[in-house]
Each structure stands twice: as C-alpha cells, then as structure tokens.
Design a protein. Structure first.
Length: 216
C-alpha cells in the first residue's frame, strides 16, 4: 500500500512516516498543500493523510481540488475539535478524520478501515481458501496456523487479496508497494512472490504471463 502524508510539522511528519513504513507501507511525504496536491494528482495512492492547517494550500483546498478528479481515500488531521470542522471535512469528501493529538494506533486502525472500504472489502479478515489475513493485527494464518511474513510480503499479499479476482500488473504493484525514493530492482517482486508461495502454498498466487499476478 502506498500512502501520501501531507503534514507541515517536521517532527510529526518524520515520526508518522517512520511508523507507517514500519508497518510495511510505502510512504511519500509533502510538507505543504501545494506539493501535496501535486503528488496526490501525480500518483495512484491507496490513501492520503492530510493535515488541515498547511502552508500554500490548506487541507480544505487540497481536498476540494483532489475530489474534482480523484476518489483516493482521505484521512484528515485536524487540530481543532469543533464539530463544524468535522462536518466540513466529511461533507467535503474526506473519508475519516482524527483530532490532534492522536494515538498512532488509532490512526493506523482508521487507515486500514478506509483502505478496506475503498476496496469494497469492509471485513477485517480476508479469507483466501485456507489462508486468512487478519488485517487489524496484520497477521496471516494458513489452516489456522500462524505464518510469519515480512512487512513487505504482508503488504503484497494484502494488496492482491484486496484485488482478488483481478489481474494486478507488475507496474501497479511497483506503484503501490514502493515509495518515490526506493530503487525498484526488477527482481524484488519475484522474490517476494516466491517467498509467499513457499510459505502459503504454490497455488495461492497465479502468474499471468505478460500481465501480472492474481489471487483467484
Ligand atoms: Ca499543520
């Protein structure tokens, strides 16, 4: 999952980006609304975390411009606890909001929820035959037995599971699993897929030659 974090407080930006990367998310960052909007329109993000009080363009303006062409899930961060702000955010097309200061665990849970909703898969558990993804705990089991995955293996599996039945192209995977600063060596994906098959069964992820991967 690739996220865009738009936040002008350097400490919060750095700390939150680190916490999100630790969960296996690919994270791009922007420290003002102008840069944020530019990036939001330039790439396909799975979700955007958007601060309200920002230089250049504020969060409301970014959201308004974004919603003209994009349905990317948006979680807004507001410093103010007024219900008027929350109503404005939700009416403006935000998918959820959090009032600062917030608990990182709550942010992660809300993020997972808006990503699942946007994939039309609101259940917290994704069942793929004998394999089950527990998205809240970010753990996987096979036949009821826990299987240890790396953070990257988990996000790759989750992305394919959320797009179950669709062929996901390699380009799509590179766009959604790696951030703007990562080098994308062409064999990395193959290694992750190889490891997932080894851990979860050869038949789980199907290769569609010349197209990409699919969980049927
Ligand atoms: Ca701010």
């Amino acid at each position: 999952m690739r996220l865009l974090l738009i936040e002008d407080e350097p400490d919060l930006l750095t700390g939150l980006a680190r916490a999100l990367r630790k969960q296996g998310y690919a994270v791009d960052v922007a420290s003002d609304g102008g840069e944020g909007l530019h990036k939001a329109l330039d790439a396909e993000y799975d979700a955007i975390i958007l601060d309200v009080m920002l230089p250049v363009l504020d969060g409301w303006q970014v959201l308004e411009q974004l919603r003209k062409t994009r349905t990317t899930p948006v979680l807004m961060l507001t410093a103010r606890d007024g219900s008027r702000d929350r109503i404005r955010g939700l009416d403006g097309g935000a998918d959820d909001y959090l009032v600062k200061p917030f608990d990182t665990g709550e942010l992660l849970a809300r993020l997972r929820a808006i990503i699942r909703r946007s994939a039309q898969k609101p259940a917290a558990e994704l069942v793929l035959g004998e394999v089950c993804l527990h998205t809240a705990a970010r753990t996987v089991s096979r036949g009821g037995v826990p299987v240890t995955l790396t953070a990257r293996e988990y996000v790759l599996l989750e992305y394919l599971a959320l797009h179950r039945g669709e062929v996901v192209t390699r380009t799509q995977l590179y766009d959604h699993l790696f951030d703007e600063n990562e080098s994308t060596l062409s064999n990395i994906l193959d290694v992750h897929v190889f490891n997932l098959r080894r851990k979860l069964g050869q038949e789980l992820i199907v290769t569609r030659r010349g197209h990409g991967y699919c969980i049927e």
